[in-house]
Design a protein around this ligand. Sequence first.
Ligand SMILES: Cc1cc2nc3c(=O)[nH]c(=O)nc-3n(C[C@H](O)[C@H](O)[C@H](O)COP(=O)(O)OP(=O)(O)OC[C@H]3O[C@@H](n4cnc5c(N)ncnc54)[C@H](O)[C@@H]3O)c2cc1C
Length: 284
Amino acid sequence: MAQTIQLSLPSLDETTACHPHRQPTTPIRSLVLGSSGGVNTSLSTPQFSNLTHFNYCIRFGNFVVGAPLTLLLMLRLESERTRMVWTTIQKLFTVLSLLLIANSAISSLNTTHESFMQCFLDHIPPSNSSSQLLYSPNTTAYDAVLRSSIQNIRFLYSSSTTKPVLIVTATNESHVQAAVVCSRKHGFRVRVRSGGHDYEGMSYVSEGDRFIIVDLAALRSVTVDAEHGTAWVQAGATLGEVYYTIAEKNRTVGFSAGICPTVGVGGHFSGGGIGTLSRKYGTA
Ligand SMILES: Cc1cc2nc3c(=O)[nH]c(=O)nc-3n(C[C@H](O)[C@H](O)[C@H](O)COP(=O)(O)OP(=O)(O)OC[C@H]3O[C@@H](n4cnc5c(N)ncnc54)[C@H](O)[C@@H]3O)c2cc1C
């Protein structure tokens, strides 16, 4: 008697069944060998029952198919299993390669940081320590320092922008000079940040270039000469600090600039700040 194989599959609506351009994705429940009369001589084939998806185009429902077609089906299932094994090996290989690349990128980044740090130390007064001046992504305070004055964090978490390879928190002019010299030597671009109020992220992100931030927040002294009506203001000072210090010296003079007291002088003055006195006295 010719052996036939009964394929038990979930019974589905005809409309969801085999379509020339669509592959059904219903999981195989069981594949059973039996006689054509349906006598209880079934032999389960567990090696196929754990396949997650059935990727061949067959018509759903309980039915009996001839042995040649079934053998063909089994061969195709075997080749499917081989394909899955190869796919898994390929994925493992890809993950391993990525780990190796990431590892070599991290060690090259560490070398660059060390080299930058050495260059930086060579260009600042000997009494200064670099530990409170340089922050790399490896340092725990990096995120806190990066976010310290940012007003619009949208670009910080965008997939199209990159973060700085280093942040230099300058506390005197020589740190700014050293940062510029060493960035040039290492091929980094420089982003200057004063008050961090740039809404487009120009002072703290980039679209691919490797860059450092020179943060001027600690350079914020304001020295007012009330007699001559002038003041020396460092770039990291805020507008509020400028207004306050001037008012402390003389209640009858003021300075024409923006309304928001937390805006930084560096970005505001270089762009031409506008405030309530601007119509009469011009931009900052
Ligand atoms: C809440 C809020 C209120 C505002 N109110 C006003 C207002 O009343 N009037 C007004 O005119 N504008 C206003 N602005 C706009 C603000 O003046 C600009 O965004 C200004 O550029 C912010 O300067 P910053 O130093 O705080 O920003 P940062 O982000 O530090 O810098 C802004 C830009 O200037 C560059 N830069 C910073 N420091 C220096 C420097 N020392 N030398 C050269 N380039 C430097 C940065 O690289 C960046 O490109 C406001 C912005 C915000 C977010």
